[in-house]
Design a protein around this ligand. Structure first.
Ligand SMILES: Cc1ncc(COP(=O)(O)O)c(C=O)c1O
Length: 359
């Protein structure tokens, strides 16, 4: 092992997809944007296909094309209106579009081509989506045009923290689409968090990201059978004896309170391991937690191994389980040290770390 490896567990993805399918009883649309939340887009599509997932959601036309290259017959939903310069590319690669602006819908109609579209309603997120009062006009415009209306959707702002707010959005969504013919229409409103408690069968597809990758985030207690997919392991690359009163790494941010053995491992923020992991962060070496002892640098981290029996090349667990299975560092732990969210930790894991598939 030279630097670090990201181990990606194939069977845990299948386990998670199965749990989500059984729980939601809806068509799964796997969100694979941002390199499948850092896990590898091709890997995610290839394995989800084996499980029977047909729908994938992406944030860019490029990502959509990557999905189609792996799984030509898949349906790929672009989650936001792209630049109009991409329309030819979208047609050629048969991508589904999320639409909400009249000017964009007009531009699609002007092409005379049959794009598949999903009309998005803003029910409270206030990011993308048509205002509910504009929905009827846009709906009529689309169904009387060359466009094919495949789905109607929305997105929740507080699905992971506030069930009441989410219910309000659902009510507004249902009221807005009350008078229209929903035959063969895909209705998709949920992300991972709400998928686990919004079990209404009036919706028939769910866009799942973080839960499929094994991170449980929801506002409601439930049976959790999700398994983490990503583990990050590296190795001890340097050992040094330092005296009480010394300080290591940039900024000399922490003075050692005792004579210490300091280990270095070749992973840093250039690999996506976040800079703010110091001072709260830890790694696991030989089944013991070791505290970070200086600032994270671009290519290295430093940690205190004074109380652990170690040698150069010993394995360092940055994310995942200790060898004896008794200790764990989760994505949520790293997010907490960094005062950020789990999505950011996963999506930032860079391509510099080699991904290795395990069963
Ligand atoms: C529109 C939309 N739907 C679904 C998702 C999936 O969210 P989650 O990862 O919480 O399941 C996202 C994620 O950013 C999104 O932007």
């Amino acid at each position: 092992m030279d630097r670090g490896f990201i181990y990606i567990n194939n069977s845990n993805l299948i386990n998670n997809l199965n749990f989500l399918k059984v729980t939601t009883k809806k068509e799964l649309c796997l969100v694979v944007k941002a390199n499948a939340y850092g896990h590898g887009l091709e890997w995610a599509v290839k394995n989800a296909k084996k499980f029977g997932v047909k729908w994938f959601a992406v944030a860019s036309v490029d990502e959509g094309i990557q999905v189609k290259k792996v799984f030509g017959e898949s349906r790929v939903l672009l989650l936001a209106e792209p630049s109009k310069t991409q329309l030819e590319n979208i047609k050629e690669n048969v991508l589904d579009l999320t639409v909400y602006n009249e000017s964009f819908i007009d531009a699609l109609i002007e092409t005379g081509d049959e794009y598949s579209v999903h009309l998005k309603i803003d029910t409270g997120m206030h990011r993308l989506g048509c205002p509910p009062e504009k929905f009827n006009d846009l709906y009529k415009k689309i169904i009387s045009s060359n466009l094919k209306l495949v789905g109607i959707c929305t997105h929740f702002p507080m699905a992971d923290t506030d069930v009441t707010e989410t219910k309000k959005s659902i009510e507004l969504f249902e009221k807005t689409i009350l008078d229209i013919d929903l035959t063969d229409m895909l209705l998709h409103v949920d992300n991972s968090a709400s998928s686990l408690y919004n079990l209404e069968n009036s919706f028939n597809m769910t866009r799942v990201g973080i839960a499929a990758y094994g991170v449980e985030i929801t506002a409601v207690e439930h049976k959790n059978e999700l398994l983490p997919i990503m583990e990050i392991k590296t190795r001890i690359s340097n050992l040094q004896l330092r005296k009480k009163g010394d300080a290591v790494s940039y900024g000399k941010a922490k003075t050692l309170s005792r004579d210490s053995i300091i280990a270095t491992a070749p992973i840093g923020y250039g690999d996506g391991y976040p800079w703010n992991s110091f001072p709260d962060g830890k790694v696991i070496v030989n089944n013991q937690f070791c505290n970070l002892i200086g600032r994270v640098t671009m290519d290295q981290i430093l940690f205190d191994v004074t109380d652990v029996n170690v040698q150069i090349d010993d394995e360092v667990t940055v994310l995942g389980n200790s060898t004896d299975g008794k200790l764990n560092i989760s994505v949520s732990d790293i997010a907490q040290w960094n005062k950020t969210i789990e999505w950011e930790i996963l999506t930032n894991m860079s391509k510099r770390l080699e991904r290795i598939e395990v069963e």
